[in-house]
Design a protein around this ligand. Structure first.
Ligand SMILES: [Zn+2]
Length: 274
């Protein structure tokens, strides 16, 4: 592979199909079939990428450690978070904050209130996990890896959206679609990124199909998703859900997803039987 191919491959990695032509040597590059994919991956890992906090450039392979452990600007939380301090800020301000933090001097009564609130959000989390566990004992469960691929709308100002190829789960054909910042006009002008998605039933059903569904991280990608269970009754007349938030933990994580070419996740479908 010539250097031109390589650069072209990287530059185009987001929107083009699997086949691309190198503008330098005109050779066809196939990303998935290229026998030098491993070399490409290694080279990619050495390419500079930007730290989301301090905006300095680092080799991709060192970036994660830098962002997690070394960057002086990385967002950190106060050690008194456990007793309710909501402070978070750049690491280099942490020591000053903790020395002045008001939380350790609060009275027992004040702390009791804070602990009650924390108990409540803990209870909500437990409810979520309990409902996932009860869904897991349903008779009809299906799951599959889904790949959201980027496309552009035909509008004058094109918009980025994602769609998966059709897939079969629970003997039905489905498609997932996703959009960025709910397709607002200029998502590039907003620094907060969110993704929402909808599930579409493509096959005909003889009776309403009531389902719970859940998107989670797939086996090969490292996406931080906080699980949310959604419900919908699919019929031939009403065969697509509304757009619902894809619960990615934060905007940084969302940008990471958008920077990758495809978004790989795993979809779980639970059929509710009457
Ligand atoms: Zn604090």
């Amino acid at each position: 592979m010539c250097a031109g191919c390589f650069i072209h491959l990287l530059a185009d990695a987001r929107l083009k199909e699997e086949q691309a032509t190198c503008p330098n040597c005109r050779c066809e590059i196939s990303k998935s079939l290229c026998c030098r994919n491993l070399a490409v991956e290694k080279a990619v890992s050495e390419l500079p990428s930007e730290c989301g906090f301090c905006l300095c450039q680092f080799p991709r392979s060192l970036l994660e450690r830098h962002q997690k452990e070394e960057c002086q600007d990385r967002v950190t939380q106060c050690k008194y978070k456990r007793i309710g301090c909501p402070w978070h800020g750049p690491f280099h301000e942490l020591t000053v904050h903790e020395a002045a933090c008001a939380h350790p001097t609060k009275t027992g009564n004040e702390l009791m209130e804070i602990l009650d609130e924390m108990d409540q959000s803990h209870r909500k989390e437990m409810q979520l996990y309990n409902s996932i566990f009860s869904l897991l004992s349903f008779e009809k469960i299906g799951y599959t890896e889904v790949q959201f691929r980027p496309y552009r709308t035909d509008d004058f100002i094109t918009r980025l959206y994602y769609e998966t190829p059709r897939f079969t789960v629970l003997n039905q054909t489905w498609v997932l679609k996703a959009r960025v910042n709910d397709s607002e006009r200029n998502p590039n002008l907003s620094c907060k990124r969110t993704l929402s998605f909808q599930l579409l039933l493509k096959s005909k059903v003889t009776a309403p199909l009531e389902c719970s569904f859940l998107l989670l991280k797939g086996p090969y990608d490292d996406v931080k998703i906080s699980p949310v269970i959604y419900h919908f009754v699919f019929t031939n007349e009403s065969n697509e859900t509304d757009y619902v938030p894809l619960p990615i933990v934060d905007s940084v994580e969302c940008n990471k997803l958008l920077a990758a070419k495809n978004i790989n996740l795993r979809l779980f479908l639970f059929q509710i039987q009457k």
